[in-house]
Design a protein around this ligand. Structure first.
Ligand SMILES: *Cc1c(COP(=O)(O)O)cnc(C)c1O
Length: 424
């Protein structure tokens, strides 16, 4: 988080004091650092230097157009999981031949949109989906490049809700069925199998699940080639973990070394779908302490951000560091507090019994590492308007999504005519 640091005791995003942004846009708000994204993009590229590797940024991690644009600037394409994400990637100027489409439930309409855009490949996750892609492609008079997403049955050793590569997970084609389906794909009209895809989960903090999955994929490539089938592209997914608070995820260089060892000898074009690794530590959620509530057994710090703004703690028991915007004196004593939001749910909590420096009503804090799976997961639960997103670059900043207007939100709804008649 070096792009978020104290300068003269005030927490900055690069050259901008977060407190100044709070004054301008109000709280809560998300703030992203361009430099942080830039250094991650460059580090990723450096790690795979010399390999035919393309980054297809996982749009679902943070899909703000400004973030997508930044990724595109660094040569990245996109991994999309819905028609909406496809529209975003195209709007942000990502090259269609660097866009891949993943997900277990693509609709006919979404497949049509992908074919019309001419994206690089559709990552097919079931036989039924393959049949549909073939039908839609023939109807369009095009040939669809598909990769079969394989479920290698590997335990990613991550939170159960972000594990995707075990047989009991809904994702991918079971490994024992993959070779047969690949052969049938090759014989089908309207589709061409270009390779395989694999993605076993998110926030992986160990390398061995990747090794296990990649080894199984490599063995499958050998089998397919032995049967005379061509495999020219491998999509190795995303999932590399980041540091939220004390984790020790693999270093990118070690992850790359693994790919060089297990996958590179196959001589395939390589795609990667990192999301969290590129943007997770490039964002914070700034929130204001509304109230300090001394409970019988606990001290509650009630902030103005809630689980609707940042769902990860409620959904995944995720731990995010919390820093005051005004640096506390080194000798200030910490005491445990629960940091909670205003949403009427007991799960609306950002930290439990967390040792925190003294905080008073009105103080500002940053919830760190909120650049991935933060704003994208926000909802308007409790009729709370979506919060602004601000992007910083050096000393300048731009509001890349304004605070939602509550009247605009209500304006989307209407009462049926028969109720209107009741009012008079
Ligand atoms: C979510 C997802 C990713 C990105 O995962 P990260 O952990 O953010 O890197 C990549 N590929 C697929 C198919 C995904 O669903």
């Amino acid at each position: 988080m070096s792009d978020f640091a104290y300068v003269n005791a005030r927490l900055h995003a690069e050259g901008v004091a977060l407190e100044d942004l709070a004054t301008e846009v109000g709280t809560p708000f998300y703030c992203y650092s361009t430099a942080a994204m830039e250094s991650r993009c460059e580090a990723f590229a450096r790690a795979f230097d010399g390999l035919p590797a393309t980054v297809c940024y996982s749009v679902k991690a943070n899909s703000n157009l400004a973030v997508l644009r930044e990724m595109a600037r660094h040569g990245a394409g996109a991994d999309v999981v819905s028609g909406g994400e496809l529209a975003r990637a195209l709007k942000a100027g990502m090259a269609p031949d660097k866009i891949v489409f993943s997900g277990v439930g693509k609709t006919a309409g979404e497949i049509d949109a992908a074919l019309e855009a001419g994206i690089a490949q559709i990552n097919v996750e079931s036989e039924s989906e393959l049949v549909m892609v073939g039908e839609r492609a023939r109807a369009h008079g095009v040939d669809a490049a598909v990769a079969l997403r394989v479920n290698p049955d590997v335990d990613a050793d991550t939170h159960e809700k972000i594990s995707t590569g075990k047989v009991e997970d809904k994702f991918g084609i079971d490994l024992p069925h993959a070779a047969d389906l690949y052969a049938r794909t090759a014989a089908m009209e309207g589709v061409t199998p270009v390779g395989l895809a694999v993605h076993i989960g998110s926030q992986l903090t160990r390398l061995d699940p990747f090794r296990e999955a990649f080894s199984r994929i490599a063995a499958l490539v050998h089998d397919l080639r032995e049967s005379g089938l061509e495999v020219r592209r491998l999509d190795l997914g995303g999932g590399l973990g980041i540091v939220y608070d004390g984790e020790t995820p693999p270093h990118i260089a070690d992850y790359a070394a693994l790919v060089r060892e297990v996958i590179a000898p196959l001589g395939c074009e390589l795609l990667f779908e990192p999301g969290r690794w590129l943007v997770g530590n490039a964002g914070v959620l700034v929130t204001r302490v509304i109230r300090i509530k001394e409970g019988l057994s606990r001290r509650f710090v009630v902030v103005d951000a809630g689980m609707n703004d940042l769902l990860r703690p409620a959904l995944y028991d995720a731990r995010h560091r919390i820093l005051p915007l005004n640096e506390t004196a080194p000798d200030a004593e910490e005491s445990p507090a629960d940091v909670v939001g205003p949403v009427c749910e007991s799960g609306d909590s950002f930290a439990v019994a967390r040792p925190l420096p003294p905080l008073a009503e009105g103080d500002l804090v940053a919830i760190c590492s909120a650049g991935a799976y933060g704003a994208v997961m926000a909802s308007t639960y409790n009729s709370r308007a979506l919060v602004p997103e601000v992007m910083v670059r050096g000393k300048v900043h731009a509001v890349v999504r304004p605070r939602q207007d509550i009247d605009a939100l209500l304006g989307l709804e209407s009462v049926p005519g028969w109720q209107e008649a009741d009012t008079d």
